[in-house]
Every structure is written in C-alpha cells, then in structure tokens.
Design a protein. Structure first.
Length: 173
C-alpha cells in the first residue's frame, strides 16, 4: 500500500514539475506584455507631459498595471536613494532594480528593459521618444518569440513531466 501511494505521488509530482516549467514560459509572456505596456506608458508620459524621471518612476510604482514587473517597486526606492545621496545615476538605479528583481524575464528581455533605463533622462524628448518607439517594436518581437516558445515547449514540458512520472512508476512497481 505504501509503495502504491509513493508511486502515485511520484507520478503526480513529475506531472506537476512539467506544468510548473510550462507556467514559467507563460509568466515570461505575461511579464513581457507588461514591459511593453510600460514602455508605451513611458512614451506617453514623455511625449505629452515631459515628466522628469523621478516623477515617471513614482507614477509607474503607483500604477497597479505594472505590479507584475518585479523591478518597478524597488526602482522607486533606488531612485529616491540616488537622488538624495547622488551616489548613483538614474540608469544605475534602474539597472540595480532590474538585476535584483528579474522575475521571469530572460537575459534578452532584461537587456531591453535596461536600455530603456539608460534612455530615460539622457537626451531630449524627441530622442527619448524615438528610442522608446524602437524598444516597443523590439518588445513586440520578443513577445511573439516568447508566445511561440510557450506554444512549442509548454506542451513538451507538460508531456515530458507526465511521461517521466509514468516511467518512474513502472520502474518502481
């Protein structure tokens, strides 16, 4: 009886592991969509309000739309510290928040977000707007790639988890 229960538990845990891996791919798609929306919000704030970076960060941190981006909340803290102490620039604060709070984003996604932080406040409004437009287009490409990866590998991970569980169950029994 204990052996049967253990086998069922192994089967269940293997299938759950495959589902968990597939969920990680889905989370990346979700976070990339939020990053794309964030980039678009940055464009609108710069274009129509010409806000300073501290005000932009404050608005982003207060907007619940971006709660899925793990780096937004710490960014406010780091930006406030950077302004008070002058020890780091806004770009460094942005990169620090990104590196410590990646979420499900890949290296390529982090590089895109990092470039956005380097652009903000570093040039005139037109330069920022054109650079953010290019970043939005790149984010669209990353979203499409992430969706394709989820569609292909998500099914594979779930199936592989279930098959691995079945193989382990056969070996144990």
């Amino acid at each position: 009886m204990v052996k049967l229960l253990g086998t069922i538990l192994l089967l269940f845990m293997s299938a759950l592991t495959g589902s968990f891996a597939a969920e990680g791919l889905k989370a990346r798609v979700r976070e990339l969509k939020q990053l794309r929306l964030c980039l678009e919000s940055l464009r609108l704030m710069i274009r129509y309000e010409a806000l300073e970076v501290t005000e932009i960060v404050r608005r982003l941190s207060e907007d619940s739309t971006f709660s899925g981006l793990a780096f937004i909340a710490p960014l406010k803290k780091y930006t406030d510290e950077a302004c008070e102490s002058g020890k780091m620039t806004f770009g460094e604060a942005w990169d620090k928040a990104l590196s410590e709070n990646r979420g499900s984003l890949s290296e390529e996604d982090i590089a895109l977000a990092s470039r956005a932080g380097k652009i903000l406040g570093s040039c005139d409004c037109d330069g920022q707007l054109s650079a953010l437009t290019l970043l939005c287009e790149e984010a669209d490409r990353l979203i499409m790639d992430a969706k394709e990866q989820y569609m292909a590998k998500g099914k594979l991970y779930r199936a592989l988890g279930a098959i691995t569980g079945a193989v382990i169950a056969v070996i144990v029994v």
